[in-house]
Design a protein around this ligand. Sequence first.
Ligand SMILES: C[S@@+](CC[C@H](N)C(=O)[O-])C[C@H]1O[C@@H](n2cnc3c(N)ncnc32)[C@H](O)[C@@H]1O
Length: 269
Amino acid sequence: MYTKCVRVFPIRLLRTTPLFKKEMSSPSSSSDTEDSVVSAAKKPKFTVVDVDGWQKRWTERKIGFHQEAVHPYWEKYMDNILDNRENTNIFFPLCGKSVDIKWLSDKGHNVVGVECSAMALEEFFEEQKVEYTKETAEEVKGSLFQSKDGKIKLYCCDIYDFNKDVAGQFDVIWDRASLVAINRSDRVKYTDLLKGLMKPECCLALVTLEYDETKYAGPPHNVSEDQVMELYDKTHSVKLVETLDGLKERHKNWGISALEEKLYLIRKI
Ligand SMILES: C[S@@+](CC[C@H](N)C(=O)[O-])C[C@H]1O[C@@H](n2cnc3c(N)ncnc32)[C@H](O)[C@@H]1O
């Protein structure tokens, strides 16, 4: 009987309380309602940020997530992520002004990104010294910033207005600080969107953060291994490739004492 029970309710599901309870706070503010992820005594209040809130963060220079150097996982795992393919099409959801975009473009790859802040995209092209054009893109209810050589296309819009009809499907998706940035109640919607952008042989490189979510309201939000599995493992293979100690001085202001950064490589089964 016990064995039968375990089959029906895998241990990781038994350990996991509801993950996708809708946040009930107003945009850009901390929730004042209790989330059921942990007990009532702890009361985590997950912050909800809408597109306006993110644009404000850019104008107020609250962009501690931005990294000036190419992410070390690219140097270390490039062959695994790209499967040694050349001239691939790579998608950056919620791209900010990531320097990885230019680095990959310089290596011959085509990069498409989506970002809601026009300021971020202007800064990307100016700081990377890439000539660009800007045009209206009605298909995403926004605009398209494009390098003159056409290898970098960054759409300025809400990610939920983007889909495979806009720029096709991709060989690689690089999700760093993106799943962790979106509102917790949007995780399934966001993941379904990414799944629809994957070619059959696509590799999705997902970089998450893990910390004690009872201490900090996010974003970035804690995304546990169980949560990644919940989102992907029925339809995809999920491989945890590396775990790094990601705790920096600024994270201590969040009231946490440990933070791990994890890289998963996710492929269609
Ligand atoms: C935490 S940052 C990460 C940026 C980038 N991935 C990086 O590694 O630097 C999240 C970015 O997503 C953008 N963003 C948030 N919600 C968005 C949405 N619904 N649609 C498009 N962009 C969004 C924000 O403006 C912000 O630049």
